[in-house]
Design a protein around this ligand. Sequence first.
Ligand SMILES: Cc1ncc(C[n+]2csc(CCOP(=O)(O)OP(=O)(O)O)c2C)c(N)n1
Ligand SMILES: [Mg+2]
Length: 514
Amino acid sequence: MNGAESLVRTLVASGVDVCFSNPGTSEMHFVAALDRVEGMRCVLGLFEGVVTGMADGYARMALKPASTLLHLGPGLGNGLANLHNAKKAFTPVVNIVGEHATYHIEYDAPLTADIEGIARPVSGWVKTSRSSKDVAADGADAVAASMGVPGQVATLILPANTAWEESNGPAAPVAPVARPKASADAVRAAAAALTSGEECMIHISDTALMGEALEMAGRIMAKTGCRLSCKTSNRRWERGAGRVPVERIQYPVDIALKQLESVKNLILIGAPVPVAFFAYPNKPSVLIPESCNVVDVAREGYDLLAALTDIAEELGATDIEPVRQKAEKPALMSGELTPESIAAAIGHLMPKDAIIADESVTSGRGLMPFTAGTEQHDWLSLTGGSIGIGMPYATGAAIACPDRKVICLEGDGSGMYTLQALWTQAREKCNVVNVIFANRTYEILKGELMNVGAENPGRKAFDMLEIGRPDLDWRQLAQGMGVPATRATTADEFNEQFKRALNEPGPHLIEAWM
Ligand SMILES: Cc1ncc(C[n+]2csc(CCOP(=O)(O)OP(=O)(O)O)c2C)c(N)n1
Ligand SMILES: [Mg+2]
């Protein structure tokens, strides 16, 4: 058995059973090994930004890593922006990156590059295998590292000869390190703040936005009357009727400052102190009042259910009924197609257990209230601010959860970065309804131009913010990649097309022409 096969067998034994890939010559032995090993699904992406974004979306839903297969330094480099997003989401991802044979590197052939140097800024763990005998053990270590604390990107670089030379066979899986627990002092400090009579906010993200941990936060809310907030952008957030309601810190700084101005005690569970996305002249970076008491209980990757349970125990709240969101769906709107009419359609028509892959930018600002009390769903957000993840992570989520509907909410500007994901959706028959907010501009940047105090913007500046001339035709773009597509120009057309797309299997695209 060669090194490549020993690695594939090790990955499968470690629970990694999907490989998102865009290979080249140096990865051919790995590709060939995929056919000799049962249990690894291979999904081709036509650009590495699609590959890495799919791996992120997959892991967010599968709660375990996928592997990528990337072609040397340039292939990895093409995937970096979405690996940056995965890093900020603390998503586990295992990159397998091909490299020249060890003896070939000194000749500086065209594709020779500093792969470790390219990998390091986005990877919590980087290793180049030295020999075909090490590859399997390195692979097991990479999987464990990706699922370490917090979750992270692990990059294993595989010189071609370590793939084709003889191995010692697969390696046994390595257990990831245990999740650390919050300290008893921090738990007591949180309980003290929660019973102080002052305004308290528990600020959560990471695994606290899911399952039993979220329920426990809802019990503390019910017992103490505290507020419960989450980051603006989270890896995965379980929402909908019957779930514990969480207020999201708003993106616009002035609104976020208002949201937080009365908070006297902020308790952090899997999230840092909220800060502004960007600095603006004469506005603060940190969004909480200076006088606010911060109790840092547990960071990302900690055992957040245990932390919340410990606090609830201090308060005698472990058995009470959590605060729950009541069921309420918005009515469908008629007439002009607007972000609000689309939000209403999404809230009204969303099927149970949908997955929302959100990259709607300004068009999605009103979505939260319209969807709060609808069917239960998972909400995935752009965690690292690097646009171009929407359709890739929707695709990865659909591959992780083939029986659920994925609704991808995509800005037209953001969508153009990685639209090749549509081709993978068609090939893999993914159940994704892609909604493109076709406003033909980088709308957000128009606001930001004013916010940063840029003066007297002229034609040249505005030309950098408009994406018309020519207008993109998303129907043709999608159909060219095998995805059926329609254009909606009124609310009624959108409602009808969205309903139909949700009821049909496979991918669809609706261009919401605004
Ligand atoms: C990789 C990357 N490049 C550029 C940007 C800057 N940027 C932020 S939003 C945006 C445009 C978004 O346009 P669109 O998706 O159409 O949403 P809209 O603003 O119209 O709501 C750009 C270029 C970014 N965040 N990330
Ligand atoms: Mg736009």
